[in-house]
Design a binder for this molecule. Structure first.
Ligand code: PLP
Length: 392
């Protein structure tokens, strides 16, 4: 076995069909879609098709907006800072609510707003690792709360939050809801007629599209004060020449993700469960969160008595790519799985290792991975027990 890629929550392989669909927009149809000449106008129908695919992919209403941007980090910054800008413009003090298990693209944005004087409430997770809707209900002050931001599915544990209930609670209280849907899209149904969120963010490279392009869904009746000024693109909400090849790629990637959703929830899930069962067979190992409320591709496992870096290195030496944290910023403590897992009370005395599969993962790869993990854990524990007699 050459190499096995089990870090699909960090990024995914671009579907070859997506790559092929993007190709003509680099050297043939490269016009600026805002230009009035034929080089520009010939591109526009393809942007329309990409948008149709995005609307269909999340079951958005025609009256809703989808803003094409550079990534989900941009989308999250745009929504959260928009509410801050509005509070400044309207000379109104606001309170905003988020959770303790957000991706840094959300948590660090809120931390920054706190420095600017915004009152941010941080919701904890319950024993199941999810944000309890009752905690949200209690935290909302209908007179003050302007925005709630909660992650749909966590990037490290894969745990899925009860977002439908959040939508109902926010509606009842007249508060806007923003969901980071990056890890949900392509893995579980994302239906904007079912979930009453006002804003969701997503990123193509997490569902077999290209890196550097994302989307911000805005429900009809909700507004955004732009983060990027300087052009009328995207209805004036996001200035900057639209990246047409990537937008085309994202549209097709989302359509293909929709077609593969059943596969994700049957075949990918089966492989994930096979790997998980084998991991759980090893002594002193714990997997974080109930697999039935996790995205079908994700395992975050705690291996007692093993040092994370050594384990990661050992896996890598054997060609296996896994992760001890969110690859977006692996140096950051907050993005380490132990951070999330400790919050839900798991025993992660030594290391949390994330394995995330995709529709390209094969059974042979999983069998090979199981074999390598077993041997590696034994080897590392042997080393650690000779060094310290006993691991703690
Ligand atoms: N939100 C979540 C849950 C993520 O997992 C990631 C990337 O790992 C991001 C946001 C940031 O996405 P992007 O790389 O598109 O900025």
């Amino acid at each position: 076995m050459e190499r096995v890629y089990l870090d699909n929550n960090a990024t995914t392989l671009v579907d070859p069909l997506v790559k092929e669909a993007m190709e003509p927009f680099f050297t043939k149809m490269y016009g600026n879609p805002n230009s009035l000449h034929s080089f520009g106008t010939e591109v526009r129908p393809y942007m329309g098709l990409a948008l149709d695919r995005l609307y269909a992919g999340i079951n958005a209403d025609d009256e809703d907006d989808i803003i094409i941007n550079s990534c989900a980090s941009e989308g999250n910054n745009t929504v959260i800072k928009s509410f801050y800008f509005d509070s400044v413009l309207n000379h109104k003090k606001v309170q905003m609510i988020t959770s303790s298990i957000e991706h840094p693209a959300v948590s660090e944005t809120y931390e920054f707003l706190e420095k600017l004087g915004v009152d941010v409430k941080w919701l904890p997770v319950n024993a199941d690792g999810i944000v309890d809707p009752d905690e949200l209900r209690k935290a909302i002050d209908p007179d003050k709360t302007s925005l709630v931001s909660i992650i749909w599915a966590n990037n490290e544990t894969g745990l899925i939050n009860p977002v439908k209930e959040y939508g109902e609670i926010c509606r009842e209280n007249g508060v806007k809801l923003h969901l980071d849907a990056v890890q949900a899209i392509g893995k579980i149904p994302v239906d904007m007629q079912e979930v009453m969120a006002d804003y969701i963010t997503f990123s193509a490279h997490k569902f077999h599209g290209p890196k550097g392009v994302g989307g911000l869904y805005i429900r009809r009746g909700s507004t955004i004060t732009p983060l990027m000024h300087g052009g009328e693109q995207m209805a004036g909400i996001r200035a900057g020449t639209v990246n047409t090849p990537y937008m085309v790629g994202m549209g097709l990637a989302l359509e293909l993700a929709g077609k593969n959703l059943d596969f994700e929830n049957t075949e990918v899930r089966k492989l994930r469960d096979k790997l998980e069962d084998a991991i759980l067979d090893i002594e002193d190992v714990e997997v974080i969160g109930d697999r039935n409320i996790r995205t079908p591709n994700t395992i975050l496992a705690s291996f007692r008595g093993i040092e994370g870096e050594a384990f990661l290195w050992d896996l890598n030496q054997n060609g296996i790519a896994a992760s001890t944290g969110s690859a977006c910023s692996s140096e950051s403590l907050e993005s380490n799985p132990t951070f999330v897992a400790m919050d839900i009370g798991a025993d992660l005395a030594h290391t949390g290792m994330r394995f995330s599969l995709s529709r390209y993962t094969t059974e042979d790869e999983i069998d090979y991975t199981i074999d390598v993990i077993r041997k590696s854990v034994k080897r590392l524990r042997d080393i650690s027990s000779t060094n310290s007699k006993e691991y703690i």
